[in-house]
Design a protein around this ligand. Structure first.
Ligand SMILES: *Cc1c(COP(=O)(O)O)cnc(C)c1O
Length: 425
């Protein structure tokens, strides 16, 4: 069947703005018609025309085990048969919270929500409520979901669309948000409630923190009594068995999670020490709520994923991704482009250029590379060869635990071909 992708996209555009429910899915920055996914299994997705793609989008990091893992599907079936939402406590939310707090040192309590956006928005409110201060510091190019106060200098889709922020956000909503360059420790004062950071910046392509950055933030927060918030919506339970704290040996005051902990269903969570979390309603004055929070399907899937992944699996995946990154860099370099494929654990970025360049340390460096136009042709050349990358240069590649060595080797070979196409473009 041909043209079914176009047919679905045409229908979608009539009833859904831009045909997509999240702008990062649009092909706006790469051009063309998005493939509409009919199903996925492991490392692969199939579109409505039956074309198979080796998938490095993996729901932007939500799928750690790959698509439709049989054990996850099974717990979902079982959970669905018992009822999908009650408006009362359920065992599943307790189990997921226990699994998370057992792994992450210092994370004593979590409150479950339904998205990463909600998690970060609520953590910021909690930080303000707990400190009695207003200002929030975020870093240029980091993405923290689409809540008003954090929609400034965002990465991911905000960067992709070349927006400084968003229309519809009042000056008042962002008036207490201070933006600083990544990898430089800002000087704080005692008006700052919290410093919010992606411990590995993974929404402006990939920028790893320098060895001093996170420690410097910890020290500066301590100096003025501000809270340090790690937005681990991507890094949580993907970077490492216990997340960024364990990986970098820096302990935040509050954590935000999402993506992986939902096992492919809508979940977010924020947490920290009980003494801080006790400011939340019903114990304290900071209000936060959600009809579907701690949803039985989502908590069942998330708990299953956390249980299926062993500590050693992270090291193994990181080692495979490191080799994959070298392979990609070599193949793309041999095709005549300059390339960097920075990694942090199993997180993988990709920068392409016609000129030599330094690996970016902040958003200004990233932007110059992501706007050079090469990604667009590289992306399409890969897609034509059956490899789906995210349709935007500011996203990273997600290698799931279902990607085989053969999948990665084939990707390297195809990346060499795609780089030749891009170099000629
Ligand atoms: C994806 C993401 C979010 C937002 O999560 P949603 O589930 O899309 O609302 C927040 N922070 C980071 C670091 C993310 O990558």
């Amino acid at each position: 069947m041909t043209n079914l992708n176009q047919a679905w996209f045409d229908r979608a555009q009539v009833v859904i703005p831009g045909g997509v429910d999240s702008p990062v899915r649009s092909f706006g920055s790469v051009g063309g018609t998005p493939y509409t996914v009919a199903r996925g299994a492991g490392a692969y997705v199939w579109d409505v025309e039956g074309t198979r793609y080796l998938d490095y989008v993996q729901s932007y990091g939500a799928s750690l085990l790959g698509h439709a893992h049989p054990a996850v599907v099974e717990v979902l079936r079982d959970a669905a048969a018992l009822g999908t939402t009650f408006g009362a406590p359920t065992p599943g939310e307790v189990v997921l919270a226990e699994l998370m707090t057992e792994r992450v040192a210092g994370l004593e309590q979590v409150r479950l929500v339904s998205s990463g956006t909600e998690a970060v928005m609520s953590a910021v409110r909690l930080a303000r409520g707990a400190t009695g201060r207003d200002k929030i510091v975020k870093f240029d190019g980091c993405y923290h979901g689409h809540s008003d106060a954090l929609l400034v200098a965002g990465g991911s889709g905000v960067a992709q669309m070349g927006l400084p922020g968003s229309a519809g956000v009042t000056a008042g909503a962002v008036g207490d948000t201070i933006v600083a360059p990544y990898n430089t420790v800002p000087r704080l004062d005692d008006a700052v409630a919290a410093v919010l950071v992606e411990p590995v910046a993974a929404n402006m392509n990939l920028v790893a923190p320098s060895s001093e950055f996170l420690q410097g933030l910890r020290a500066e927060c301590d100096r003025v009594g501000a809270l340090l918030i790690f937005d681990e919506v991507i890094t949580g339970f993907r970077l490492d068995f216990a997340g960024a704290e364990h990986y970098f040996n820096v302990t935040p005051d509050l954590w935000c999670f999402g993506k992986v902990i939902g096992g492919g269903l809508p979940v977010g969570a924020f947490g920290g020490r009980s003494a801080v979390l006790s400011s939340l309603a019903p114990l304290g004055p900071v209000y936060q709520a959600g009809t579907l929070s701690g949803n039985p399907l989502a908590t069942a899937a998330g708990a299953k994923v956390l249980r299926l992944v062993a500590r050693s699996d992270y090291a193994a995946l990181s080692a495979r991704v490191a080799a994959f990154a070298s392979g990609l860099a070599e193949a793309i370099g041999a095709a005549g482009l300059y390339v960097a494929a920075p990694v942090a654990g199993p997180l993988l970025g990709l920068f392409l250029s016609r000129e030599p360049f330094d690996v970016p340390r902040d958003f200004s460096g990233v932007k110059a590379l992501c706007e050079n136009g090469l990604y667009r042709s590289f992306f399409h050349a890969m897609l034509e060869r059956g490899v789906a990358l995210a349709p935007g240069a500011y996203e990273i590649l997600f290698v799931s635990m279902a990607h085989s060595d053969e999948d990665l080797a084939r990707t390297v070979a195809l990346a060499g071909q795609a780089a030749e196409v891009a170099a000629r473009s």
